[in-house]
Design a protein around this ligand. Structure first.
Ligand code: DX5
Ligand code: ZN
Length: 224
């Protein structure tokens, strides 16, 4: 059974408290939090005050996805404001290995994200020190984009490399995930599915999360 991580990016921020209360009651495993700086991606989302508010009410781990340039400057601050899992982009770091060390040292689970145009072999020398890999299945910056089918091949390749590394690294898929592609993704080796518009543009987000969770079944080794 894959983990489901709803992304609040496209939720209605007038009702943030209600959204978190709904997610607490839902089948969601994590809450996915997209932070954008307007430099690494052509969009600005939100930062520390929202993260702090989420942390106060959330009963689920906060999976923070940083789409910001030079994230190494802010690792301890993200920890202080409530991140449980912190993912940085390979493309946004000059010294990616050092940034992962910082995340580990701060006591968070460490993730590295790859844009659709970035090949997975670049992660080879990092697999020993990370907990998750996030494969972008759209170009980062916006919710509601169409899933890029090439991600399926990348997910399968990632799965092989994780098996070779013999470490319980989670493969997270982010962008355009819905009921039509979740099964294929899980069969290809995805462990965590991030879903934004599929959940928050639906008339019944609770039901959409449950539907995704139910459909994303496959025997996954280290996920029960
Ligand atoms: C995009 C973000 C995603 C986004 C997913 O840059 O990283 O997490 O919110 O939204 P959907 O599921 O609508 O593609
Ligand atoms: Zn994301």
């Amino acid at each position: 059974m894959a983990y489901i991580a709803p992304s609040i990016l496209n939720s209605d921020f007038r009702y943030l408290g209600k959204t978190i209360e709904m997610l607490n009651r839902s089948d969601a495993d994590w809450i996915h939090v997209d932070v954008m700086d307007g430099v690494f991606v052509p969009n600005i989302s939100f930062g520390f005050p929202i993260l702090k508010a989420l942390k106060e009410d959330s009963e689920k781990p906060l999976d923070v996805h940083l789409m910001i340039q030079n994230p190494g400057n802010y690792i301890d601050t993200f920890k202080a404001f409530g991140a449980d899992r912190l993912t940085v982009h390979y493309e946004a770091c000059t010294h990616i290995h050092r940034v992962i060390q910082q995340i580990n040292k701060a006591g968070m689970k460490a993730g590295v994200a790859l844009n659709p145009g970035t090949p997975i072999y670049l992660l080879d020398d990092l697999l020993h020190s990370i907990d998750q890999v996030l494969l972008m299945s759209v170009n980062p910056g916006f919710g509601g984009q169409e899933f890029l089918p090439n991600t399926l091949k990348k997910t399968a390749q990632m799965s092989e490399r994780i098996a070779e590394a013999r470490r319980p690294i989670l493969t997270v898929i982010d962008g355009g995930v819905d009921e039509s592609n979740c099964q294929e993704l899980v069969q290809a080796g995805a462990h965590v599915l991030v879903a934004g518009s599929f959940v928050f543009q639906s008339s019944d987000p609770l039901l959409s999360i449950s539907a995704l969770k139910k459909k994303s079944t496959h025997s996954l080794g280290y996920l029960s």
